[in-house]
Each structure stands twice: as C-alpha cells, then as structure tokens.
Write a protein that binds this ligand. Structure first.
Ligand code: SF4
Ligand code: SF4
Length: 56
C-alpha cells in the first residue's frame, strides 16, 4: 500500500517538500510517488490543492 498521485495533479510541486521520506518527484506528466518508499503518512494529500494524492 502507498499513496498514488492521480491525473488531477497540476504539477505545482507543493507535495515534494512535505514528504518525510522524499519519495515524491517530478515525472513526465505529473508528480509521482515511489510506492516502495511511501509510508502512507498523508502529508502530500494534506498540502495538495487538487487532492491528487490518494491512498491505493
Ligand atoms: S503519503 Fe507521506 S510518505 Fe507517502 S508520498 Fe505522501 S508525503 Fe510521502
Ligand atoms: S501538491 Fe498535488 S498538484 Fe501539486 S505536485 Fe503534488 S500532487 Fe501534484
């Protein structure tokens, strides 16, 4: 289980700095989460303006 960033992402970058394990990075079309590293803290979802990070 991990959070996943949906296509709602507008690539604002706000979530990247909030992740305590630095598993969010800019992808080709949207920001992406490394599922193997994510600890499901929900911090990314808390700062996202469009509610793009969702628990899988
Ligand atoms: S849920 Fe937490 S650990 Fe997982 S990507 Fe979001 S901020 Fe990082
Ligand atoms: S905060 Fe939301 S919209 Fe901004 S880069 Fe992260 S997932 Fe995308």
């Amino acid at each position: 289980m991990a959070y996943k960033i949906t296509e709602a992402c507008i690539s604002c970058g706000a979530c990247e700095a909030e992740c305590p394990v630095s598993c969010i990075s800019a992808g080709d079309e949207r920001y992406v989460i490394d599922a193997d590293t994510c600890i499901e803290c929900g911090a990314c979802a808390g700062v996202c303006p469009v509610d793009a990070p969702q628990p899988e």
